[in-house]
Structure formats: C-alpha cells, structure tokens
Design a protein around this ligand. Structure first.
Ligand SMILES: [Mg+2]
Length: 312
C-alpha cells in the first residue's frame, strides 16, 4: 500500500535504521568513531564539511558528528549550513573538538549544535551521548507522524494533505509534469450517522479510507481524510486520462464494500467525486486554487444526483 511520499517513511519510522554521519579529516579518528557507533547505527564517515553536506543531500541522517578543524569547510560552518536548511535543520549535530572553551561552546550552541564531544574521548561516553540523541530523534519522528495522521482512519490528515499539495504544485510547475487531484465525499453521510449512530459512522469511514488506499499506485500518491466524511487524493505526474481511470477504480472499490445505507442511493453507501488535473504547462498554481477547482467539480457531482464523478 502506498499512501504518500513522506507518509510511509514516517509510518515505518519506529523500526527505521538509525543513521549517523561522521565528518573528520583524520582518517584514524573517523574510523574509530565509526567503529564505536556501528553498534547502534548505520554509520557513514566522510573527511570534510563539504562531503558531509553532500552526503546529507542524498541520504537522511538522524545525527551528524562534525570535527571542528578540517581543511576547507570546518565543523562549525557545516553545522551552520545544516541548521539553516529546512531539509536538515531537524538533525542533531554534535561538535567534536579538542579545544573546548567558553567561546567555542557558545559559538557552537548559537549555530544550533546540540552537543559536544571533547577529544580525547571515552568510547562508552560517545556511545551513550549519541544513543540519547538517536532516542530523541525517534521520539520527534513519532510526533511528526502523529501530527500528520488522522486519528480515526490512520491515513494522512488535512495538515499532511495541505503541505503535500503545496509541495506537489511547486514540483509540477518546476518539472512541467501534470498533477491530479480527486476530492471524494461520502453521499448522505449525515443521514447515515442519524440512522446508524456515530460509532457505526466511524466504522464506515474507516472502511472507506481503507478501500481508497487500494487506488494508490505509486509511492508519491497520497490519500488523506480532509474533513468529516471528505477524502482527497493527490496523484503526482498523472494526466487526465489516467485520473479518469483512477476515479473509476476508486468508485469500484467503494461499491465493492457493499455497505448498507437505508437512506442511500439504491440502499448502499456511495461517494461523489470531483477531480481536476494541472496539465504541466499551466502557470504555477497554489494548492488552495487547485483544491477549490476540485471542490467546485465535487459540488457539480452532488448536483448531478451523487454517486458519480465529474473530472475536468
Ligand atoms: Mg580535524
């Protein structure tokens, strides 16, 4: 099941392998730190500040250890770069230095470093320090996951959806690729709740959320619960023809649930769908603008008698 670019990583966050990056120009020191930390993490060792920043572009790390004195970019400068980029600012940075003093300590903390290791060091202490930072990183990951997921259905929530949609709109404009969006609303859901009660209403929403995830095809596809009985799907790099086929599959998966609804269409729970595509040649558009467009089309589907899709 794929539910979105950032989402699966966050979901599997708790059992994800811890990753530590070590930058030290002294090969013996790098090797020594690497050997110590391999007991608790997957370790990469590089020999310069520049190489550390390059490694961070391609891989996600939890903790970075930076030697202060390196030719070229030193540890403090690299720390500053890591902490000033939104992609890496959450990473714990530990400064490794032989010259600890008040000024160095204040400078490093001002730059966002989280801890120090003073050379020469005791292996057990390095291990304990880094382990503590890894635990804090895992907790932070867990909180990020909770803040992005819907408590009832377990799929992405509105916040995650809004952020992802903005990112995907920028990416679509940057890469001239199409971007598609579906809004899905459960028909006559108020009547469902009134008749069957809210707890069965919740069960109904959980089943629908699960059925919707069956239509996610690629890692970048994201399905979210964006309102009470409203769901939304983001499909990067997907054109209108593909979107029409996906909307059919979404309807099919929901009708296969065959959920009874005494006030529903033909006695069943049904959905209405509004969908739209940015064709990749459009001017850059905001997430809220494409959302409003899809919402208008969803309204048209409701007006047309529900249990149908309007894709434009
Ligand atoms: Mg050095």
């Amino acid at each position: 099941m794929s539910t979105g670019s950032d989402f699966p990583n966050l979901v599997s966050g708790s059992n994800q392998q811890n990753k530590v990056l070590v930058a030290d120009d002294d090969p013996m020191m790098g090797e020594f730190l690497g050997a110590i930390l391999e007991q608790i993490a997957d370790v990469t060792v590089v020999s310069s500040g520049e190489a550390a920043l390059k490694a961070l572009e391609t891989d996600a790390y939890d903790v970075v250890l930076l030697d202060v004195e390196m030719p070229g970019m030193g540890g403090l400068e690299a720390c500053k770069a890591i902490k000033s980029s939104p992609d890496t600012s959450h990473i714990s940075v530990i400064i490794v230095t032989a010259r600890i003093g008040d000024k160095m300590e204040v400078d490093a903390l001002d730059l966002g470093a989280t801890d120090f290791i003073v050379k020469p060091f005791v292996a057990k202490i390095v291990l304990a320090r880094v382990r503590n930072h890894l635990i804090m990183q895992a907790q932070a990951r867990q909180l990020r996951l909770l803040s992005m997921s819907d408590g009832l259905t377990g799929i992405a929530n509105r916040r995650c959806f809004d952020q992802t949609l903005e990112n995907e709109c920028s990416r679509a404009a940057r890469t001239n690729t199409p971007l598609s969006l579906l809004l899905i609303d459960v028909d006559r859901f108020k009547q469902y709740n009134d008749h069957y009660g809210h707890s069965q209403g919740d069960e109904c929403l959980k089943k629908i959320a699960k059925a919707l995830t069956l239509s996610a095809r690629r890692a970048g596809d994201l399905v979210a619960r964006v309102g009470g009985e409203e769901f939304a799907f983001i499909f990067p790099n997907t054109d209108k023809d593909s979107l029409i086929a996906i909307a059919q599959s979404v309807s099919m998966h929901v009708s296969e649930l065959a959920l009874s609804h005494i006030d529903g269409i033909d006695g069943k729970v049904t959905i209405s769908i509004g969908g739209t595509t940015l064709d990749g040649t459009n001017q850059p558009i905001s997430g809220s603008a494409i959302y409003m467009k899809a919402d208008e089309l969803l309204y048209k589907a409701k007006e047309a008698g529900r249990n149908c899709a309007v894709i434009e």
